[in-house]
Design a protein around this ligand. Structure first.
Ligand SMILES: [Fe+2]
Length: 165
């Protein structure tokens, strides 16, 4: 990760969009397809675990899509405007938006933990196939990417804006 500590708000937003939001837009539908496929194919040997994975992943995808919309349609615009022309009113609006995104981010982290728990740390069953393996690999990549994404938002971008007060 490039050092974002001394970057402007716009630079940090650019980095999040390019590295993390682009990744989600590309991977979320693909992982959804894979999760659905292994649930169907391995219903008789791993149906219990995959029923939970399928359900949790559906919840995760929905929250992440809202996350992208909330940031890309509103919050990031407001932050860019604030950078050009700061005002107390706009900062209040931004902090309110941050609050909502942070609640979603907490929920995201909770689901990630639940996915890890219900799969016993992504342990593959003896009956697994290459699609099963790549699904679990992709879910773990998603976990790593989300941890970084949320860390940058919370510890750098949102943290700095909260200190504007
Ligand atoms: Fe984000």
């Amino acid at each position: 990760m490039t050092n974002l500590e001394n970057k402007t708000y716009s630079d940090i937003i650019e980095y999040i969009l390019k590295d993390h939001h682009a990744y989600l837009k590309r991977e979320l539908p693909e992982i959804e397809r894979l999760v659905f496929t292994i649930y169907k194919v391995h219903f008789f040997d791993s149906g219990d675990v995959l029923e939970m994975v399928h359900k949790l992943y559906g919840q995760l995808k929905a929250i992440l899509e809202s996350h992208i919309i909330k940031e890309e349609r509103a919050l990031f615009f407001d932050i860019r405007d604030y950078e050009k022309k700061p005002s107390k009113e706009l900062l209040e609006k931004i902090l309110d938006g941050i609050n909502r995104v942070e609640k979603d981010n907490e929920e995201t982290l909770k689901i990630i933990r639940e996915l890890r728990e219900c799969t016993n740390d992504y342990e593959l069953p003896p009956s697994s196939c290459s699609t099963f393996e790549s699904t679990y690999d992709k879910l773990q990549d998603l976990e790593r990417d989300l941890n970084k994404h949320i860390e940058i938002e919370s510890n750098i971008l949102f943290h700095r804006l909260k200190n504007e007060k």
